[in-house]
Design a protein around this ligand. Structure first.
Ligand SMILES: NC(=O)c1ccc[n+]([C@@H]2O[C@H](COP(=O)([O-])OP(=O)(O)OC[C@H]3O[C@@H](n4cnc5c(N)ncnc54)[C@H](O)[C@@H]3O)[C@@H](O)[C@H]2O)c1
Length: 387
């Protein structure tokens, strides 16, 4: 979360465009006339079991409704977290008791459609990744939100961690000299509960690669082009909701990004990567992000969604030093709670929707590169540096 005071923020936002944004946020904060954002959660599966405990503890959130087409799941979550209203369909959710922010935690394939319906009904949106199936669909959502004076944000929240902030600052201050290259990886043996991860428009890129792509572009700047390869390693899977299915989306992906100024980075993600830490990731003590420069190198210890240290070696200090050996208060599931806090306080959060859209364009570009064998130029950008 940006820790600028309100006064500093006002000065900071004297730039064109930002003033408009601030005025929107202020309008929202005063229009709510409340100290809490009224929230509805759509999708009451696995991830809702991590989001809802965090949201229910937030002093900025009032949980109004939950919704799931598998209605028993909505009923269960409503009971568990004392949510007064539960619905089996978005139409009923939107027609029900008023709320300010919809949190979309459904199958990836329907995020765009549900997010659009919520915006059209005058609701702000926090969406799990991806916020839409294509960059074009995502950009249209942002334009729709702007036209209605609403906000939309997309996960992940990796830019919120203190380790991200530390690395960003160290890079900007030239601590490792001229930056040349970076690598990031994240994978496990794949979700076992739902088929959508393996169906058309699912895949390891929007589920897992998305974190590393957000981290590397967040640290090194928007990418100008991407070259990628994807594959399906395991053509059949057995999952809880549909039994044995044919895998349609990539379960293995590698991509190279050109960040300009000679900087090239690499991301590797997939659903066939044995990792003793599994989906939970507990106990991971190795670096998953590495950045090399002419005078040093830096690595993020743990996963970027659950980091707990930054190791750095430099020409002047060849013995590796560990910084921020503590996760602090940051948790990956905090995005929607932090957005609610920002809406109440009239501040601008670090998480930025243009960044989420850029990541989405890279995911699409990687698939296009695999299909065509070509390097894909990227057109989207976001406000950088993030911190
Ligand atoms: N599970 C995790 O640990 C985790 C972590 C981070 C992010 N995510 C992301 O969260 C999202 C959901 O993942 P999950 O693991 O919770 O999946 P899940 O299958 O456990 O839950 C998805 C839920 O959405 C419901 N749903 C589907 N279409 C709907 C619709 N049109 N209206 C209402 N409800 C609908 C399903 O019935 C299901 O209960 C995905 O985007 C995933 O990438 C998951």
């Amino acid at each position: 979360m940006n820790t600028l005071s309100r006064k500093d923020f006002l000065q900071h936002t004297a730039m064109a465009g930002a003033a408009v944004l601030l005025s929107n946020l202020k309008t929202f904060a005063s229009a709510t006339d409340e100290k809490k954002i009224k929230v509805a959660v759509i999708g009451c599966g696995s991830v809702s079991g991590v989001y809802l405990p965090h949201l229910s503890k937030s002093p900025f959130v009032e949980l109004v409704s939950v919704c799931d087409i598998k209605f028993d799941r909505a009923e269960k979550r409503a009971k568990e977290f004392n949510v007064p209203n539960k619905f089996p369909h978005i139409d009923q959710l939107l027609a029900g008791p008023k709320f300010d922010l919809m949190i979309t935690l459904t199958d990836m394939q329907v995020h765009g459609m549900l997010n659009k319906q919520a915006l059209n009904a005058g609701r702000n949106v926090w969406s799990e990744k991806p916020m839409a199936n294509t960059y074009k669909e995502g950009k249209a959502l942002l334009d729709l939100a702007k036209s209605k004076n609403l906000r939309i944000w997309g996960a992940p929240a990796v830019v919120n961690s203190p380790q991200f902030a530390f690395m960003s600052k160290a890079l900007r201050e030239g601590k490792i000299g001229k930056i040349a290259a970076a690598h990031a990886h994240y994978g496990h043996t794949g979700p076992t509960w739902s088929a959508f991860f393996y169906e058309e428009l699912g895949g390891s890129l929007p589920d897992l690669g998305v974190y590393n792509i957000a981290t590397l572009t967040g640290l090194l700047g928007p990418a100008k082009s991407v070259v990628g390869m994807t594959s399906i390693v395991k053509p059949e899977r057995t999952v809880d909701d549909k039994g044995t299915i044919t895998v349609k989306a990539e379960d293995n992906a590698m991509l190279l990004l050109d960040h300009g100024n000679g900087i090239i980075s690499h991301v590797m993600s997939g659903f066939n990567y044995f990792d003793p830490y599994g989906h939970e990731g507990k106990g991971q003590e190795k670096p998953s992000i590495l950045i090399y420069g002419s005078e040093g190198n830096m690595s993020l210890v743990g996963y970027d969604w659950a980091p707990w240290g930054v190791d750095m070696v430099t020409k002047d200090h060849e013995k590796s030093q560990r910084f921020l050996p503590d996760p602090g208060t940051y948790v990956w599931q905090e995005g929607a709670s932090k957005i609610s806090e920002a809406l109440i306080n009239g501040t601008e959060p670090l998480i930025n929707v243009e960044h989420a859209l850029h990541v989405l364009e890279i995911i699409e570009g990687t698939r296009a590169s695999q299909k065509t064998g070509k390097r894909i130029e990227l057109k989207s950008k976001f406000k950088w540096p993030v911190v």
